[in-house]
Structure formats: structure tokens, C-alpha cells
Design a protein around this ligand. Structure first.
Ligand code: PMP
Length: 355
């Protein structure tokens, strides 16, 4: 730390992203929940075409993109705001809807960025423990004094709530904003987007990173009542009006033009999930019921950390969290069947050695 770093950040522990090895050859990367299928060539082509206009600032309104997305989600353009990944819309929500009198409320085991957003915005927060089986009891979120953040499906547990359960949280919190982080919703869970007209306190966040294979482009969005979106725009225009660059915007439009391809990839990943869940359970793994593109699994014969380290030695990256309550588990992204076969092969060898 330099001697110039502001006191207000003294206690800040930044978010730790998963490893991104530079050399990808022979590495099976199942640690950051990326989509294993690259976007269509049309997406890169659209970005390349947009590069001819790089000397101009990007469109602050993401006009074309919002139009296409509004159609896709069956909402209107003033119910949508585009951001630099969904991390940015989440940070905007902490900035816009929390302060020292309005704490953030979220689960004890959830997306690790929430406490970091709270800290950097100097917002107090309350963590609500998941139940013993790592599910959320929605009644724990009724009548809270603060802005509620629920990742649905939750990460890293992979477990989803039904939309009607989240609706109960909305009904019981008419004076609080409820943010539903749907980063993984396209892998089989129910979206709360159809509820935005009914509940003016609902903000849904989604991303192009997972189901649309565009993690590197950084494209996310907020979907909600036009008044909420206006507040978030005030924050955006007070930080970075050009938050979505023109290459990403063009890529996003192209991706939506071919959204059927993205949908098919999600279905492929869901099929892979069903197949490998059976195999992993057969090998003795215990896991939650995943409605995402990852597993949350533990094995009685090896600690979470050891499995992570042993697999890493063998070129397979998965994610381990050094958090007491979930230290036995690992989060394993669902890759291609070939990648999953390699995971199985290396895991079998590791388990065999321990017999
Ligand atoms: N929410 C959850 C639950 C996530 O796991 C992630 C991915 N790390 C995000 C939001 C943010 O994703 P992105 O910024 O790539 O849209």
C-alpha cells in the first residue's frame, strides 16, 4: 500500500477472481463458470465491423442493443440498462439503493462480490445463514430493513428458488429494493423478469457472460421499473457514461440476432450436467441439485482443498473457496463432454491413489 491510499479503503479486501492461466494448452478450465462453446463467428464479425468507428465514443444509451434485448425479454427499453458486465449493475445497485442507513442484506454463502461492493461503498451489511442443506428459506428475508440481494440460482451452491418464492420476498418488502441476480438463470431456473411490472421494488440483473458465451466482452444488464432504471442511470452517468464499449455493444446485438444458438448451447450444457451428475454421484460425490452451469460437490474421501490442488497439478482447474462452512466443497464448471471426461479421469486417478 502506498502512503497515499485513502484511509477509507484501509480494511478493503478486494474480490479474488478465479485464475486465468495465460497458457491454455492442455489445461481444462472449469474454474470460472465460462461457457465452453465460443460465440458464433457473426459476433466477432460485428465487433470487427464496429472497430472502424472506434475513434468515436460509444453510444451511452446502447440504443440498438436495448431495442433488441427489450424484444427478447418482452420488456420496454426504458426498463433496461446495459452495463460493463453484471458486476457493474450490481455495484450501481449498492451505490443507488444502499447507504449507512440502508444496509445490504444477503445470504452468508453467496456471490463473494456482494460484501466487497458493500465495503467499497461503505455500506453495512447483514448476512442471513443458508439452511443446513444450503438452501434459502425465503421467510428469512421477509420484512427486512435494507436492500436485499438474492442470487438466483445462488452461487456457489447452484441451487435455485422458484419465481413464486422470490415473489413472496417482494410482497413482504414493499419498502425495500430486492435485487435478483440472475447470472445463471438461463440454465433451467425461472426468471423474475415477468414480475417487474407488478413490483416496482424489483431489480433483476442478468449477463451475457454465461449463457451467451461473452464473458470477455463484459456485458450485463439491469431490468426493472423505469424509475429504478432512472436512478441507476443517474449513478452510471455520474461514474462512466460510456461504460459499454462499442465493440461489445455490436457483439451483443449480433449475439441476440442468433440467440437460438445460445439457447442450444445452454441445452447442451444442461444435458452434460444431467449426464455427469449421475457419473459423479456414482463415484461417491455428494452435490447440490444444480440449475446452473456448474456443480457444487464434495467427496468424503478427500478434502475440497486437496482435490482442487491435486487436479490443478494435473492441469484441471476447479474453484475452491477457503470459507469454513463450504470448505469441503468445490465449484466445478460444466464444460464440454471431453473436458468433463478429463475431469473424471484425473479425479479417478487421485481417488485411486488415496485408497
Ligand atoms: N453474479 C454472480 C452470482 C456471478 O457468479 C457472477 C460471475 N462471477 C456475476 C454476477 C458477474 O458476472 P459478469 O460481471 O461477468 O456479468
Amino acid at each position: 500500500m502506498s502512503r497515499f491510499f485513502s484511509d477509507k479503503y484501509m480494511d478493503l479486501t478486494p474480490y479474488t477472481p478465479g485464475e486465468q492461466p495465460r497458457e491454455q494448452k492442455n489445461i481444462v478450465k472449469l474454474n470460472t463458470n465460462e461457457n465452453p462453446y465460443p460465440p458464433l463467428p457473426e459476433v466477432a464479425k460485428a465487433a470487427a465491423e464496429a472497430s472502424g468507428r472506434l475513434y468515436l465514443y460509444s453510444d451511452t444509451e446502447c440504443t440498438e442493443l436495448r431495442k433488441a434485448l427489450a424484444k427478447r425479454l418482452d420488456v420496454s427499453t426504458d426498463e433496461l440498462l446495459m452495463t460493463n458486465g453484471s458486476d457493474e449493475i450490481l455495484n450501481f445497485a449498492f451505490m443507488a439503493f444502499c447507504d449507512k442507513h440502508i444496509p445490504a442484506v444477503f445470504a452468508d454463502i453467496t456471490y463473494g462480490f456482494y460484501p466487497v461492493f458493500a465495503a467499497i461503498n461503505q455500506v453495512p451489511y447483514e448476512e442471513i445463514p443458508l439452511k443446513e442443506d444450503l438452501t434459502i428459506d425465503v421467510a428469512d428475508y421477509f420484512q427486512r430493513a435494507g436492500t436485499i440481494f438474492i442470487a438466483n440460482p445462488n452461487a456457489p451452491t447452484a441451487i435455485a428458488l422458484r419465481a413464486r418464492e422470490i415473489e413472496e420476498v417482494l410482497k413482504h418488502n414493499p419498502y425495500n429494493v430486492v435485487v435478483v441476480d440472475e447470472a445463471y438463470v438461463d440454465f433451467g431456473a425461472e426468471s423474475c423478469v415477468p414480475l417487474i411490472r407488478k413490483y416496482d421494488n424489483l431489480l433483476v440483473t442478468q449477463t451475457f457472460s454465461k449463457s451467451r458465451s461473452m464473458a470477455g466482452a463484459r456485458l450485463g444488464m439491469g431490468i426493472g421499473n423505469p424509475d429504478l432504471i432512472r436512478d441507476l442511470n443517474t449513478v452510471k452517468f455520474s461514474t462512466n457514461p460510456y461504460n459499454v464499449n462499442s465493440l461489445t455493444s455490436a457483439a451483443g446485438v449480433a449475439s441476440l440476432k442468433h440467440d437460438e444458438y445460445n439457447r442450444e448451447n445452454c441445452l447442451k450444457i444442461m444435458e452434460t450436467r444431467e449426464r455427469y451428475e449421475r457419473i459423479l454421484r456414482g463415484m461417491g460425490f455428494e452435490m447440490t441439485e444444480s440449475q446452473t452451469n456448474f456443480f457444487f460437490a464434495r467427496h468424503p474421501a478427500i478434502s475440497g482443498k486437496d482435490l482442487y490442488l491435486e487436479l490443478k497439478k494435473r492441469g484441471v482447474l476447479i474453484r475452491h473457496f477457503d470459507i469454513e462452512r463450504i470448505k469441503d466443497y468445490n465449484r466445478i464448471t460444466i464444460g464440454t463432454p471431453e473436458q468433463m471426461d478429463r475431469l473424471l479421469k484425473e479425479t479417478e486417478a487421485i481417488l485411486e491413489e488415496r485408497k
